[in-house]
Design a protein around this ligand. Structure first.
Ligand code: NI
Length: 172
């Protein structure tokens, strides 16, 4: 498994709609394993393939609490098939936008359908942090970041600071 570099916002590759995966090939299995390794190393609770520059519909997550056993999940072609009317506001962050956070309101519960790495189609209901996380990661597959859910001024401020951070890192 390889830890891959995580792209930082702003980057045009984070704004693209990712392509569906036709079959679970060894390449997709390696991608998912690398993504989990990269996510745990960061550390983070979710990562989408576009964040490492791969425009395919693959996400990984582990929202288990610190005291719980690890619960790695890899989803291929995840789709939200049902959303609750009830919403939940959670302070979100993103490995592509380090050190910036913002309150995002989303459906509190969702049902997601996806293909597992064994090729079977699965469906599960998520609430709490898992619901927030899975919606955030699926957004990445559609070129959407959590800051796109914030007001334009806040979004522009974060983008300006990130542009500056990237310039500083490039110089270092
Ligand atoms: Ni993110």
């Amino acid at each position: 498994m390889t830890i891959r570099p995580i792209l930082l916002h702003p980057d045009p590759r984070l704004k693209k709609t990712a392509a569906r995966v036709d079959a679970i090939t060894p390449e997709i299995e390696t991608l998912a394993a690398d993504m989990l390794e990269t996510m745990y190393d960061a550390p983070g609770i979710g990562l989408a393939a576009p964040q490492i520059g791969i425009s395919r519909r693959v996400i990984v997550m582990d929202c288990a609490g610190k005291e719980e056993e690890a619960q790695p999940v890899a989803m291929v072609n995840p789709e939200i098939v049902a959303r609750s009317e009830e919403t939940n506001t959670h302070e979100e962050g993103c490995l592509s936008i380090p050190e910036h956070y913002g309150d995002v309101t989303r459906p509190a519960e969702v049902t997601v359908r996806w293909t597992g790495l064994d090729g079977t189609v699965r469906e599960a209901h998520f609430d709490g942090l898992w619901a927030t996380c899975v919606q955030h990661e699926i957004d990445h597959l559609d070129g959407k970041l959590f800051i796109d859910h914030l007001g334009p001024l806040r979004r522009q401020m974060i983008t300006r600071k990130m542009t500056k951070l990237k310039r500083e890192r490039a110089r270092a």
